[in-house]
Design a protein around this ligand. Structure first.
Ligand SMILES: NC(=O)c1ccc[n+]([C@@H]2O[C@H](COP(=O)([O-])OP(=O)(O)OC[C@H]3O[C@@H](n4cnc5c(N)ncnc54)[C@H](O)[C@@H]3O)[C@@H](O)[C@H]2O)c1
Ligand SMILES: O=C(O)C(=O)C[C@]1(C(=O)O)C=C[C@@H](O)C=C1
Length: 367
């Protein structure tokens, strides 16, 4: 019998998982539901899913695996609905939410029905949303955290991991509390800061509109994530409240220290603030080891003259390399500009470097 996988929430993450699973298991039947009829239609017409349904109850009881890929709070509501529906005994339900404690607690209730909930979090994504942003390779080399409780038989965890291994992610297991603490520090809290910086700029921009136009590479890099889905991030904050409140306190302490260094004009301390951070940042695992960035970005120095972008893109097209994003970082008259190119995979990035080098373009890895 063909396995039936029911994906609820056909956005960036649900769509990307559907694409990877379809590629790895063409015989699997992927059924999709989204509250937004437009997302359902698009997922079906792009052949990201095989069948589309108009409610959770229409497909839940036949599913061997259910994947919840909606914002955290909606996933918890859907879990509640699932506990009141007939489900296949022995089936596995997982989610992809960015927080784990509250949903895993709710998922425990499914045990009474002989159904196993295993929390999941693929640690890769984007500030883009919607099924149209889905990518088959989104999770390649990224960490995929699973948070099974002790009540879930290890055979079920292996079964889920076998299904998801087609994402080419690297699986690790954490308990939900540790997950939320770690994700809070490396993902959720930075998001609060990124949005805070944008608020600060907007406030100043109200007095002097030129300021936002001047926002260049550094500001754009550090605030890219502020363009993500507000619904998703609202839910993340509400479901990781304790950790984030703690981090806000620690952050304020660090900023207080910076404030005193500045008031005292303490050269040594200011230098150490940056140089210690640089050392720690430079020691983070590289993209090759699949740690932080799901994007494969390359900077290319380009002379500032018309036609240079089409020259670069034509060279890459000639070598059959797809670009997933292109951005001009800086282009002022008479000086070199910089293009930031994004690729789907490490292989594409390496090929692009070689191709551009042959044609005398200077490239360097994006940090
Ligand atoms: N975007 C990322 O970088 C990222 C990375 C890892 C995990 N996550 C987690 O993945 C989940 C989905 O995020 P996304 O980036 O795919 O968001 P998205 O906005 O692209 O997709 C979410 C989809 O869920 C649908 N939806 C909302 N409520 C629903 C409901 N009640 N029933 C059915 N469908 C519903 C929306 O219509 C939308 O199509 C979130 O829980 C998020 O925390 C996101
Ligand atoms: O790259 C981005 O845009 C992301 O914000 C992705 C990111 C992250 O913080 O790394 C965001 C939330 C997820 O839960 C996992 C990944």
């Amino acid at each position: 019998m063909r396995t039936r996988i029911f994906i609820i929430g056909l956005g960036l993450i649900g769509g990307s998982l559907a694409l990877a699973i379809k590629k790895g298991y063409p015989e699997a039947i992927i059924v999709g539901y989204d509250i937004d009829p437009g997302a359902r239609r698009l997922a079906k017409s792009l052949q990201i899913i095989d069948e589309s349904v108009t409610s959770v109850s229409e497909a839940a009881s036949e599913a061997d695996t259910i994947i919840l890929s909606t914002p955290v709070d909606s996933s918890i509501q859907i879990l509640k609905e699932l506990t009141n529906l007939p489900l296949k005994k022995g089936s596995v339900i997982t989610d992809v939410g960015s927080t784990k404690q509250t949903i895993v607690e709710k998922g425990q209730q499914l045990l009474e029905k002989g159904v196993y909930f295993i929390g999941g979090h693929p640690m890769a994504g984007s500030h883009k949303t919607g099924v149209e942003a889905s990518r088959e390779h989104l999770f390649e080399n990224a960490f995929y955290i699973l948070t099974p409780t002790a009540d879930v038989p290890s055979a079920k965890v292996i079964q889920l991991q076998n299904l998801l291994k087609v994402t080419q992610a690297k699986f690790i297991q954490l308990d939900p509390k540790t997950h939320d603490k770690f994700a809070g520090l490396i993902s959720h809290f930075p998001h609060i800061i990124a949005s805070g910086l944008v608020h600060q700029m907007t406030k100043l921009g109200e007095q002097d509109p030129l300021v936002s136009q001047l926002a260049a590479g550094g500001f754009r890099d550090i605030t890219r994530i502020a363009s993500a889905s507000p619904t998703m991030w609202r839910d993340i904050l509400l479901h990781n409240q304790e950790t984030l409140l703690e981090m806000l306190g620690e952050w304020q302490d660090i900023m207080k220290e910076v404030e005193s260094m500045l008031i005292d004009k303490d050269e040594e301390k200011i230098y150490a603030y940056f140089s210690d951070a640089k050392d720690a940042r430079d020691q983070l695992p590289s993209k090759k080891k699949g740690a932080l960035l799901p994007f494969y970005d390359l900077f290319v120095d380009v002379p500032d003259h018309p036609g240079v972008i089409s020259d670069v893109t034509a060279l890459l097209a000639e070598a059959n390399i797809s670009i997933t994003n292109i951005r001009i970082i800086e282009a002022r008259e008479d000086i070199m500009g910089v293009l930031r190119l994004s690729f789907r995979s490490e292989d594409d990035l390496t090929l692009a470097k070689e191709q551009l080098k042959v044609h005398m373009y200077e490239t360097y890895d994006a940090p």
